[in-house]
Each structure stands twice: as C-alpha cells, then as structure tokens.
Design a protein around this ligand. Sequence first.
Ligand SMILES: CC(C)(COP(=O)(O)OP(=O)(O)OC[C@H]1O[C@@H](n2cnc3c(N)ncnc32)[C@H](O)[C@@H]1OP(=O)(O)O)[C@@H](O)C(=O)NCCC(=O)NCCS
Length: 309
Amino acid sequence: MTVLVRDLRPDVPADAEGFARVRRLALPYILFTPDSVRHTAAHVHPAARFRPLVAEEDGEIIGTAQVHLIHDSPEPGQGALNIYVRPDQTGRGAGRLLARVAEEYLAELGATRLLAWALDEPANRAFAERHGYRPGRSAHFLRLDLAHGTLPPLPETPSGVELRTAADFAADPRPLFELDAETVLDEPGDVDTEFTDYDAWVEEVWHHPLLNRELTVVVCADGRPVAFTVAYTDGGTRYSTAMTGTVRAHRGRGLAKLAKIHSLRRARAAGLTEAFTGNDTGNGPMIAINKRLGYAFCAREVRYIRALD
Ligand SMILES: CC(C)(COP(=O)(O)OP(=O)(O)OC[C@H]1O[C@@H](n2cnc3c(N)ncnc32)[C@H](O)[C@@H]1OP(=O)(O)O)[C@@H](O)C(=O)NCCC(=O)NCCS
C-alpha cells in the first residue's frame, strides 16, 4: 500500500469525481464538482502552466493539488500550490509527496515565491512551517443557513439605480469583465491580481460551469454596471459567492449589500439551502456586509509563503 502522486486525467470520469470528492470533504466551504474540475483543468490560461495532481493509494484518490504560476499578477515569479488531503487519510505521506512534486515543478518553471493556502488547524500550520513556509494574510469562510436563517429585509433601491442579472449580459459580457477587472484590483491579499485578457476571462470565468447567471446580481447606475455579486451553485442545494465588488466612485452607498441581498433572496426562492462566502480577514467593508446578511464564521485559512533560493 504505497501512496503515489500523478497528474490528474481530467477526462477520466473517476479522476474528476475523485478530485471533487476529496475537495468537498477537505474544504466544504468551496464548491467543487467533476465539471468544475474538468473546466479548470482545460481553461485556465496557458501562461499559468496549470498542473492538477492527485495522490492515490490502492487506486483511490486521497489527495489533490492545484499547482500553477500566478500569471495574472503584475509581479512575476510567483507560484501557487494548494494541497488538500482527505481528512480521514492524513498522516500517510500524501501531502508531503504532493508538496514535493508541486515545488519541483514550480521551481523548474522559474518560480521564486511559493504561496499555499492552509486551513488554520495546528497540524496544517505545523506541516507548512516544517516545509519552510511562513504565514502571510488570512481569510475567513462564512456560512449562512438559507433554509432556516432569516435574511434582512430588502433595502430600497436608490433612484437612478437598476438591478440586473448576469443573464442580461449574455449577448455582451464585456461590461462585467470591466467591472471584475476594476474591482479585483482593490481586493486585499498577499498577491495583486489584474485581469487584462478579455478572451481568457470569457473562457475561464464567464463559461465556468458553476456560474449561475440568474443569481449573479449586477447593480447599474445610469445604465452602467457599478457593483455586482457573483453566484456559484453546484447543481444541488449549495450556493457560494465567487466575487463581490463595487467601483470606487460608488462605494459606501450600500450597493454591494443590495446586490448580495437580492442574490441570496433569489437563491432561497430557487430552493438553495446553504450559502458560503469568504473574505480576507482585513476586508472591513466585506466583513460588515456579511455580518449584516447573517453569515457566521465557519473556518479560517492562512496563506503560507516560501521564498525559493
Ligand atoms: C468590499 C466592497 C465590495 C464593498 O462595496 P460597497 O458597495 O462600498 O459596500 P456597501 O456600501 O454595501 O457596504 C459597506 C459596509 O462596510 C462598512 N465599512 C466601510 N468601510 C469600512 C471599514 N474600513 N471597516 C469596517 N466597515 C467598513 C460600511 O459602513 C457598510 O456597512 P454598514 O451597512 O453596516 O454601515 C468594495 O469595497 C470593493 O469592491 N472592494 C474591492 C473588492 C473586494 O475586496 N471584494 C470583496 C472580495 S471578498
């Protein structure tokens, strides 16, 4: 019984299913389905040199890694390795092997700074620190019980403001790309991100299989999108927020909250029972919004960083 690490074969159904299953068990706050695993493997920008790995024992996938260059950061030479092992299969060497293969691959690609998310649990922190990683920023996962919780009442929509959904932009999603690109610049984190390639965004983000366009709410002011919240659903009863943003000139007017409340109410009306979201622990405005919506903290993760010689 030996653990081995190999590349994911996204087109083999058992592989995509095994990958998604491990992620759901290890990281239940982020939605994964076999389709989303296949989509990511096929459509991440080629410059990312994306390499999904699996750890296998007796033909069963027990660990996963997403390994890639952070190509959409203005700072070159950064690599990401996000490793998750099935909670009942830790301590068998899968994480260590996945980390080794991922680090070697990223070093070959010329990465000089490695970043890895780890759930804030003593064993994970010790693992990262033993491997030469130092803690960076942290983020929260939050959960809202849509089936039994209460949502705040719908605030009044300010005059000159209109609510649409992403489905209304199906013929031309470019304004949503521009909104996404503008707001992601201000998202706090250890890595700056910028979206510059519209075609790549369409392929990776707009055609993402978990994107629910009807539940993705876009706030327009004078006809122009100025705030939005992006909804993912997994085909079952779970909902999660993939991004929320408001352009600078319209911040502090309650527009992000307005978008999220409408999206959550529609999600509940559509029969979804559980909503997840996440934010950097230093993102004051987003934390304020999520608290008002009734989200409760459910886990914390830490970004670990290692400089390569
Ligand atoms: C976070 C963001 C979406 C908020 O958009 P917005 O339209 O200004 O938000 P709203 O006006 O609906 O609500 C802001 C809330 O934050 C509060 N707030 C503002 N600045 C704050 C601060 N520094 N610390 C704590 N709370 C703050 C406001 O009082 C308000 O809460 P309240 O209604 O309880 O008073 C916007 O700042 C943004 O686009 N940031 C960059 C992208 C980002 O970080 N997205 C989140 C990714 S998880």
